[in-house]
Design a protein around this ligand. Structure first.
Ligand SMILES: NC(=O)c1ccc[n+]([C@@H]2O[C@H](COP(=O)([O-])OP(=O)(O)OC[C@H]3O[C@@H](n4cnc5c(N)ncnc54)[C@H](OP(=O)(O)O)[C@@H]3O)[C@@H](O)[C@H]2O)c1
Length: 315
């Protein structure tokens, strides 16, 4: 059993990204000494990010300059902390793959109590998904294997679908907002899917950093109130908005055709949507207690935001 006497120091690699911004906020709000590894080139070339990083510094975050491709900078940063989060994005398979540099640096540094690689989605060890998402997400599974083989203490976060991303468009693949008249539902719309607020995901992840129950485990985020089918979601929205949308159901064969014929980024999204909305890959299994733990069981005191509450933002 780990004995933890003081708050662990947390390093976030990828703090300027989508998930990173939520994580750093959670880490600060829970009072952890927080470190961010940022690229000097990002500071120089992206004024908005530079301003964001300055804001973090003002809030007490220790900013360390470095790069995924500067091994010495990784080792130096990692030696100063206890916990590492990597938040490399899935838009670059290379970025996900090159997390191996972080794995090597953690091994060399030898002091890390917990590593959280870039995950934050499906449980990639058991996932069945179409290309092009299959290859990209298989990289996450390979990184898991490298971490286990290296004997690095880990937690893998499997938090299913990000609510802002999916609810703000009522799960449409080819629309960025709530449709006015009609919407497309992949399959029959009755498959259960799990949505989570990004803020809650970040809070669960930070709560896990010094929790012995999450050591070498997958932390699943599957709040009961957030299991919902697309049909249920649309009905909920219709009731709140006092509107009715025409539902156009897209048969699975047509979705498969879209995956084949769309440009890569869209095909990736269709493959993710196919896995989640038709095949039920976010919740078509029970958690194996030898491999994973459920965040809402461990942290029942955290009042998570429900799908129902989240939809209020889009009325
Ligand atoms: N479940 C879901 O619905 C869902 C949705 C979205 C994402 N995700 C998952 O969440 C994870 C994080 O994705 P994200 O969308 O937050 O990624 P993102 O927004 O693309 O952010 C990537 C971060 O990595 C940093 N980075 C890139 N190259 C780097 C380098 N060479 N050295 C150091 N830092 C570097 C970027 O910093 P710069 O500012 O310097 O470029 C940025 O902070 C991924 O595993 C993704 O699959 C899940």
């Amino acid at each position: 059993m780990e004995v933890i006497t003081k708050k662990r120091k947390i390093l976030i690699i990828g703090v300027t990204g989508y998930v990173g911004r939520h994580l750093v906020e959670a880490s600060l709000s829970l009072g952890y000494p927080t470190f961010a590894l940022v690229r000097e080139s990002t500071m120089a070339n992206h004024p908005e990010k530079a301003q964001f990083i300055q804001g973090l510094k003002d809030s007490g975050v220790t900013i360390l300059f470095g790069d995924l491709y500067d091994y010495e900078s990784l080792v130096k940063a990692i030696k100063q902390v206890d916990v590492v989060f990597s938040l490399m994005g899935h838009h670059s398979a290379k970025q996900l793959e090159d997390q191996i540099n972080i794995v090597s640096a953690i091994k060399a540094a030898g002091n890390i109590k917990r590593f959280f690689p870039s995950e934050f989605g499906f449980d990639v060890d058991r996932l069945k998904i179409m290309e092009p998402a299959k290859s990209a997400l298989a990289i996450k599974a390979r990184i898991r294997k490298e971490i286990r083989n290296a004997g690095i203490p880990f937690t893998f976060i499997s938090c299913n679908f990000f609510a802002t991303y999916f609810l703000s468009r009522l799960c449409q693949v080819e629309a960025t907002g709530i449709p006015e008249q009609e919407l497309f539902i992949l399959g029959d719309g009755n498959t259960q899917v799990i949505f989570n607020s990004e803020k809650d995901i970040a809070m669960y992840a930070i709560r896990a950093v010094d929790d012995p129950r999450t050591l070498n485990k997958i932390l699943y985020v599957r709040p009961k109130a957030n299991h919902c089918s697309v049909n249920e979601l649309v009905s909920l929205w219709e009731k709140k908005a006092n509107k009715t949308l025409k539902r156009i159901f897209v048969p699975e064969e047509e979705v498969l055709e879209k995956i084949q014929s769309s440009p890569e980024a869209l095909a990736f999204f269709y493959a993710v949507a196919h896995a989640g909305f038709i095949k039920g890959e976010t919740c078509n299994f029970d958690v194996d207690p030898s491999l994973g733990v459920e965040a809402t069981d461990l942290y029942a005191d955290l009042k998570y935001i429900t799908v129902e509450q989240m939809l209020n933002k889009y009325i």
